[in-house]
Design a protein. Sequence first.
Length: 188
Amino acid sequence: MKPVRLEVTRRNLLRNLRVNREDVQVAFASYKTLLEVLREDLNLTGTKHGCELGECGACTILIDGEPLLSCLTLAVECEGRAIETVDGLVKGTELHPLQEAFADLGGLQCGYCTPGLLMSAKALLDREPQPDRERIKEALSGNLCRCTGYQQIFESVEEAARRMRQASVNDNLGEGPPGNRRGGGARP
Ligand code: FES
Ligand code: FES
């Protein structure tokens, strides 16, 4: 993560946040939402700014593995909790299997809703390696996409789940090049 501005004023609070596996100290006004702190103070602009009313899901991030709406979450309440954003899905140069599958199967178009969809899907697959279509629909039901059908999105999540299971099997067998290991987006 890039160094952040620490403008500690009488109106700002200085807090330690853990974002995408890194500890970061950041100063922000107490009324700011997590969405605002991520985008404006930490320069993590992958999380999108949509309705700010809790209706679209574009701002979905994970806190302690749970998908939450960052537009409705005060940043000050997040100290000491593990925050994950779409910016942290890539490991080095390796896309997350969900990102690969969305790209391969046409699950993304304008991309505005995609970060939130990816994070909701990640929360699901982290818990359930083999969700059925109904579970995927349920998990993504809070994420609105206005420009594509949901069919390719659901198929992308199913494909990512399949690739992740295969990568896990390969890991256990000690097979495959590093790029095909768990989290590396093994292709069929
Ligand atoms: S921006 Fe948070 S739900 Fe729409
Ligand atoms: S691709 Fe989701 S709103 Fe456009």
